[in-house]
Design a protein around this ligand. Sequence first.
Ligand SMILES: C[S@@+](CC[C@H](N)C(=O)[O-])C[C@H]1O[C@@H](n2cnc3c(N)ncnc32)[C@H](O)[C@@H]1O
Ligand code: SF4
Length: 437
Amino acid sequence: MMSRSQEDMKRRSYTEVFYTSTKPWLSRHDDVLSGDVRQEILRHQNEYPSTKNVLYLHFPFCAKRCDYCIYYSTSYKKNIVARYLRALEKEIDLVKETPYIQSTNFRCVYFGGGTPSLMNHNEIRRIFRVLSDSFLFTNDVEITFEANPSTLTDEKLHVLKESGCNRISLGIQSFRDEILRKNNCNHTVQRALYVIDLLLREGFVLNVDMLFGLENQTEKDLLFELNSLCSISKPLQLSLFPVRILPNTPLYEKTASTFEPEAHTENMITLDKTAENYLLKHSFIREEIPIFYYEKGSRAHVYNSAEARIIGLGPSAGTVLDRGFGVNISDVNEFCELLDQNESPNKSGTYLTEQQNYEKFVFNRILFMNRSLPDFRDIVAKRFNEYYGCELNGIYEKVVNDMLNKNYIFIKEGIIHFTKRFNKILDHFRLGAPSII
Ligand SMILES: C[S@@+](CC[C@H](N)C(=O)[O-])C[C@H]1O[C@@H](n2cnc3c(N)ncnc32)[C@H](O)[C@@H]1O
Ligand code: SF4
């Protein structure tokens, strides 16, 4: 039987549900259900098998923690990684026979982190074999591996290619060693350039992650970074992140005494414009999700978190589906202990009604997309129709009203902007990069 709080959840707008959904990444919350929400959702067939279905695997280890990083990872230790990968295989066993998985052909596989390139070549070979034995994929499946230049070797690349990986997302962050050193990054610029060259020669689709706004970056500093990027004369994808300075990171501790969130956001918006002007003049195309660019001759990003149906595996991974979402516990040891006993690591989540699910789509577009595009509402309507096969009707207006009423947004000259209150709430949200424009 459904509890009173579950009944109450069903009546809420998605805008209200979102607030509670940011919490499981931090702590338990009354309104978020405890228990294996994911397994319950996976008991149903996938109603949208031919849309963008994503399999996400989280590899929660890094050689060193970068000072700015907001994602969950812990220090690399060979034997803990081996134990973790065994647990991950057990988690795959728990979900692979469910009706949802059995009725899904995955269009994207994404190894995120942490730093998946820390796996050794035997571990890489083995996990790819487990995946191909357990899941179905589309013929054009895109398989991405997140990598750090310091740990991606020729040998690992060879195994990745042989195993079917066709895209690498490389954490470059900056083309200045001084910035990398100051932020405790594990690689050097020289190493990054070597790995980029290798990847392009091997024919991988290559995305590079870069950050802007670190170390009081000026427009001139940013142009130096982009100029360095453009001197690599091959088609690339670029994810250009405005740096988020969030509690519980060394960067936050270092800057806390002088940090002013509004001034930071203003500065990021100026730098964002500088970057866009430069990149558009240098044969890059900007996508609707504004951290993404691609160079002519490459291709747009396939996976974006605003509109994907995601099965998440590994500590802290989220499963985000139409009927609701489930979140795995974050701690690696706890994760391994649970799976040693064949118990699910999915310990919290929320069910969504059809209405809440439709509202989620619009909400996520407002959250991640470039809201300043002149035809923003029309784009949302078009994407909504592609995603659900039905009309948007009044859902856009409802979500905008709900967000206005909650004081999450305000509208100026026809463009939606986030309020201070909403930006504060977003500090608890560590999946994807909320749009600043
Ligand atoms: C989950 S990380 C994985 C990439 C890989 N581990 C690496 O850095 O070499 C994905 C990207 O998130 C971005 N990122 C990390 N912390 C961030 C922050 N505080 N603000 C904005 N982007 C951030 C970085 O650009 C990073 O490459
Ligand atoms: S940015 Fe990448 S390498 Fe650095 S701590 Fe985060 S996940 Fe690890």
